[in-house]
Design a binder for this molecule. Structure first.
Ligand SMILES: Nc1ncnc2c1ncn2[C@@H]1O[C@H](COP(=O)(O)OP(=O)(O)OP(=O)(O)O)[C@@H](O)[C@H]1O
Ligand SMILES: [Mg+2]
Length: 291
């Protein structure tokens, strides 16, 4: 699919893909696509940071390439590795005379034995891909610095093979849950957007677009209860994912309204922390009392 011509067009395309983006998010993505800038999405848990990258890939017919960050992730897991097992098998299959041949050894470090990891894959795929660098805040400082380097010129050098450069830039979406502050240098390279919890009306729409079978009245009741939950001082406030889950669970059980009883029975869909559960149980009457 062609790059959209306007923010409005992109918003509509995303909606058709089942994602409701507000104007700020759609603008950031539109500019990212048009000017080849990475976009950094921060926000609370479960507000649709990861999902938007997936939907961008699907609506534009691009490949989603995901680099899931975690503590201790290093360049091997992000760039490429040599396929050690295949190299060994290959050596075994060679005769003694062939092994002595310098050429044969060189071939062991050729493209055939290279395992592409997400960043190399993305450089190769260029604008046929959406590169999702998920939860970058979990990786450590050095990895972030290394990423910055890759993102600034989209080229990767492999000593044994040479430099591989992207012919066109993939759309790069980075997400962070802000478990730590990212470096200014990385932020400067990116367009930044903070995804807030949606307002109630918008969240009802999201529930209905994701779970078309759920009655609108039930969706509204659930959303208003979730908004009350977010006002409590919970360790794990529910995200949009939980709202959708809760509505779906109630609907699945044949409930068409939210009350203290069925809320109590289905709390596990929305509150996922033991201490939180106690706080919530004490306030269920108020939480479920409707809009
Ligand atoms: N604006 C939206 N439009 C449609 N669906 C949404 C929207 N926001 C959230 N969702 C739904 O919420 C779910 C959770 O979103 P997602 O996993 O992207 O959250 P996240 O911000 O990446 O959370 P985490 O911080 O836990 O990784 C998605 O699967 C999607 O169904
Ligand atoms: Mg996520």
């Amino acid at each position: 699919m062609e790059v959209p011509q306007s923010v409005g067009e992109l918003t509509e395309t995303l909606r058709q893909g089942g994602y409701l983006a507000d104007r700020g998010l759609a603008t950031a993505l539109f500019v990212a696509l048009s000017l080849d800038r990475p976009v950094l999405l921060e926000g609370e848990v479960g507000v649709g940071k990861t999902e938007v990258a997936k939907v961008m890939a699907s609506v534009f017919g691009r490949r989603l390439i995901r680099l899931q960050c975690y503590e201790g992730i290093d360049t091997n897991q992000a760039l490429y590795e040599w396929d050690y097992a295949r190299q060994m098998l290959h050596i075994r299959a060679l005769s003694e005379r062939q092994v002595a041949d310098a050429d044969a050894v060189d071939k062991l470090f050729g493209p055939k034995f290279l395992l592409e990891r997400p960043l190399l894959e993305a450089v190769r795929a260029g604008d046929q891909a959406v590169l999702l660098i998920d939860e970058i805040d979990r990786a450590d400082d050095e990895f972030e610095a290394f990423l910055l380097e890759v993102l600034s010129d989209f080229q990767i050098s492999i000593p044994e093979i040479g430099t591989i450069k992207a012919e066109s830039a993939p759309l790069v979406v980075l997400t962070s849950n802000r478990t730590r502050e990212l470096h200014d240098a990385l932020k400067r390279r990116c367009l930044y957007h903070w995804i807030d919890y949606p307002n109630a009306e918008r969240e009802v729409e999201i529930v209905l677009i994701r779970q078309p079978g759920v009655p609108a009245a039930l969706a509204r009741k659930v959303v208003s209860a979730v908004h009350r939950l977010r006002e409590l001082d919970l360790a794990k406030p529910p995200g949009v994912a939980e709202t959708i889950d809760w509505a779906r669970t109630l609907d699945f059980l044949g409930e068409s309204d939210l009350d203290v009883d069925n809320a109590q029975a289905t709390l596990g869909a929305v509150v996922k922390d033991r201490d939180d559960l106690e706080v919530v149980r004490d306030n269920l009457q108020e939480i479920t009392s409707g809009a």
